[in-house]
Structures are given as C-alpha cells and as structure tokens.
Design a protein around this ligand. Structure first.
Ligand SMILES: Nc1ncnc2c1ncn2[C@@H]1O[C@H](COP(=O)(O)OP(=O)(O)O)[C@@H](O)[C@H]1O
Ligand SMILES: [Mg+2]
Length: 465
C-alpha cells in the first residue's frame, strides 16, 4: 500500500509539472485582474488533472445495507408499489385507474425457473419464498426499453414531476432489500418480463429481460388489463402470513397512500389468501358535530414558502396507533400527490390534541427536494428511507414551527374546555357530597332516636358512596 501511494504521488508530481505550462496559460489570462486568484487556479487545475483522479470503489454489501433501509417492511413496500401504480395511471392519461394488491403464494413454475437460473449465474438472490406481494395496475405500462431507461440505473429523475407519490429509488430498494423481484408489463405494443436481483459482483444490482416480445391479447389478459399495464412482484420474507385483518388494516390506514384512497378516480383492491378481493377505502373519522373545522389557513413558513393548514376535530378521541405510518390522528403533511407523515408538532401526546386531525399542504417540499438532489450538499427534505420529513432540514424545522403556531391556541382551547368540564364535574361531586352529608346527618339523628337499627348503617354507606 505504502509503495503504491508513493508511486502514485511521484507520478502525480511528474504529470503536474508536465502540464503546468499549458494549463496555466489560459488560467492566467482570466485571472489577470485578480492576482490573488492566479496561484489558486493554477494549483487547482494541476492538482485535479483527470489522469490522477482515483475513483472510489464500492462493495456490494454497501448497496445491500442501503437498500435494506428503504424496503424491508410492509409499511415501506406497500406505499412504494401503490404510488408507482398511481403515477403510472396518471401517466397513461386515463381518467380513472385500478390497482390490485395481492398477497399470494408464488407461481411454482416461476419460482422453479427463478431458482434454477439465478443459481446458474451465481447471483446472491433469494432462492425460495412462500409468499409474495403483487401489485398490478392498468396504467401506462412498461416494456423493455422503459425498464432499461427507468429502472436500469439508480438516480434517474422521474418523468412526471407532479404525479409522484414518493421520492427516491423506491422500487429497487424494495426488490433488493427482499433479495430480488420482477416486473411484467405491456406498453406501446410490446410485452416485457424483467427480473431484478443482487449482482454477483460489486454492481448495485443486475437485471435481465426474460420476456421481450410483441404484445398480444394474451399478455394483457394475463395481467388483467385492457391495453397497457404493469405487475410488480416482491418476494416476502414472511414465513407465515398474518391473519387477513392485519394487512387489511395496514393497507387501509397507511398514511402515505391516503391521497390514492381519497381519489375517486382510483380503485385500490386488496386480495388476501382465501378471500375475494376487497375495495379499500379511506379510513373515516367522525367529525365533531358542532366544531368540525377548527382552522383553515394559509400560513407563511419562510420567505417564498407557504403552507395551508387545516385542523379538524373528531367527535371522539382518535385511537392511538403504535405506528406513525398508520395512525389516523394528526395533520397529514402533503405535497403534490405525496403524503409524507402525520404531525402534531410539539403537541404529540398532549391531551388537547387527542381529537385533532387534518392536513398541512406545502408544495415547496417537492421543489426543495429536487433542488437538494441537484446540489453539491444534498440535504434532503424527505428522508431517504421515505419514512417522513428530515427533521434536520431548516425548511422542515420552520414548517414544524408553523404547525406549532397554528396548533398552540387550538390545543390550549381544547385543554381549557376539558378542564372546564373537570371543574363542572368537581362541582357536581361537591353537590352530591352535600346531599350525602345531609343524608348521613339525618341517619345519625334517627339512629340516636332509635338505637340498634340496622337500617342506619345501610343508609350511611349509601350516603357516602
Ligand atoms: N407500476 C409501474 N408502471 C409503470 N412504470 C413504473 C411502475 N413502477 C415503476 N415504474 C417506473 O420505474 C421508475 C422507477 O421507480 P422507482 O424506483 O419507484 O422510483 P420513482 O418512483 O422515485 O421514480 C418510475 O419512475 C417509472 O418510470
Ligand atoms: Mg417510486
């Protein structure tokens, strides 16, 4: 190592001195009016001669660790598949679309082929699984060339800015966190089936089109779509499937797919083993009869950024959820078609926030996310594992402060009303006590009048209770 370093330093010096004259000339002319810059530009140019730049290397396990952050859990997988399907329907330019999510056992024929082929090319892919999640949509579809272009590289910007659910390299995160996966589709008269799996070497992943041919009616029929569409398959690491009620509740409550559930132009069906597909609808919260809407206001977040905050009140305290990914209460933070997280700002867990729900719409989130991705210091607004907003981002902190300012008087009012209620209860108790004491006095008096009566004790206990 030390010898290699010394060699490269000396060759670097040689190259540097050999190139100085040529490069320096043009730099010097430009730097004439700022003599202080002359030396610096010379040094920079020479130091970064392309022939001496070393490229960083990466081991496959680095990618695997990263992929695993973004695609292990169903609360990550389901929103990614559904938001991709939703965007594909929008991209098709159709008014309405249908998405079918199915938890199923894999097709044995496919599983056997996968096992055999991936073992042959020595890919460290998952070899066997009992259950998989399939998401089918009748959107714009895919074919080999769109798979190459859109999924063949990481970090490709999406086609349609305003139609995205979540940000990032979602689908590959999920496939590679799960050890592989496939996409089938029909688009522009061609059909494709592509397998994605961990690469045998140090590439982030590998993929192959196992079908790439003109589309026939049979292809569309196999997908259950009319003209174009896509089916994405994700193998699941589950040894047993949870009872059907759990995935049903999960899908119905996942906050990141609420915009899809809320859209009357989208149908989301869920198929679970042994059950017919069911249409999943938005979770409903019964609004307070008198004070349903507490706030609807456009607020300033930072110069050039506003957010619309809507706070509603539920008739009953909203049940707490162990997972923020599925909770019903709180304000849903939205941008475009993406739902990022729910928040109660600093009032998480406050008694005065138990009835509150609503939304915070801040379109700047998507703009700033794009800007961050293109900047030399890409501080993202949305966390890379897509679990919510990055609380270290200055704009996110200001958004949270804006939410706090909006919630402060509401929570204070809720708590004042609640304590007024407690005071009223206190007064009622006191009245009851007074009645009780009077009854006790009466009882004692009659006890003195008629000693030895059992009725007295009974009346005394009643009066106290
Ligand atoms: N259901 C689908 N139908 C059509 N194209 C899809 C579908 N899912 C994914 N794609 C394509 O793959 C691309 C990459 O998807 P993904 O990795 O989830 O990243 P992103 O959603 O951030 O673009 C999408 O931009 C889209 O072009
Ligand atoms: Mg996506």
């Amino acid at each position: 190592m030390a010898g290699g370093a010394a060699r490269s330093t000396s060759s670097f010096l040689l190259k540097r001195s050999g190139r100085v004259g040529r490069v320096f000339e043009s730099q010097a002319v430009r730097s004439e009016r700022a003599p202080g810059h002359r030396v610096r530009s010379l040094a920079l140019t020479a130091l970064l001669d392309p022939s001496v730049i070393h490229r960083g290397r990466v081991h496959a396990r680095h990618f695997r660790e990263n992929f695993a952050q973004g695609g292990i859990d169903l609360v990550q997988i389901v929103p990614e598949l559904v938001t991709n399907a939703d965007a594909a329907i929008a991209a098709a330019g159709r008014r309405a679309g249908r998405i079918l999510l199915a938890f199923e056992a894999p097709d044995p024929h496919f599983l056997a082929r996968w096992h055999e082929e991936l073992r042959r090319v020595r890919a460290p892919a998952i070899a066997d699984w009992r259950y998989e999640l399939r998401c089918t949509d009748d959107g714009v579809g895919v074919n080999a060339s769109t798979v190459d272009a859109r999924l063949g590289a990481l970090g490709v910007a999406p086609d349609h800015a305003d139609q995205r659910g979540l940000f990032g390299r979602g689908l590959r995160d999920i496939w590679l966190a799960q050890g592989g996966g496939r996409i089938e589709g029909v688009r522009d008269g061609r059909a494709v089936e592509s397998w994605f799996f961990p690469a045998a070497g140090d590439a982030p992943y590998a993929f192959a089109h196992v079908v790439d041919e003109p589309a026939s009616a049979a292809h569309a029929r196999a997908l259950g779509v009319d003209e174009s569409g896509t089916r994405v398959t994700v193998p699941l690491a589950l040894r047993t499937l949870p009872i059907n009620a759990r995935p049903r509740r999960l899908v119905a409550q996942l906050i990141q797919i609420r915009p899809v559930l809320a859209d009357p132009q989208r149908e989301l069906w869920l198929e679970l083993p042994g059950d017919a597909p069911t249409l999943i609808t938005e979770p409903s919260i019964e609004p307070d009869a008198e004070r349903a809407l507490l706030l609807d206001e456009e607020v300033a977040v930072q110069p050039g950024v506003t957010a619309r905050i809507v706070v509603r009140r539920a008739a009953d305290p909203i049940p707490l959820s162990p997972s923020r990914a599925t909770r019903l209460g709180g304000l849903l933070i939205l941008s475009g078609r993406a739902a990022h997280e729910t928040t109660l700002g600093s009032y998480e867990g406050a008694p005065g926030a138990r009835h509150l729900y609503g939304e915070v719409r801040c379109e700047a989130i998507e703009v700033l996310q794009r800007r961050a991705l293109n900047s030399p210091r890409p501080q993202v607004v949305v966390r890379v594992d897509r679990s919510g907003l990055n609380e270290h981002h200055p704009m996110v902190q200001r958004l949270r402060a804006a939410v706090d300012r909006a919630l402060a008087p509401i929570v204070a009012d809720e708590e004042r009303r609640a304590s007024a209620h407690v005071v009223r209860t206190g007064r009622a108790l006191r009245v009851r006590d007074e009645v009780g004491v009077r009854a006790l006095n009466d009882a004692l008096r009659s006890a003195f009048d008629a000693p030895g009566s059992a009725r007295v004790q009974y009346q005394e206990t009643r009066a106290r209770g």
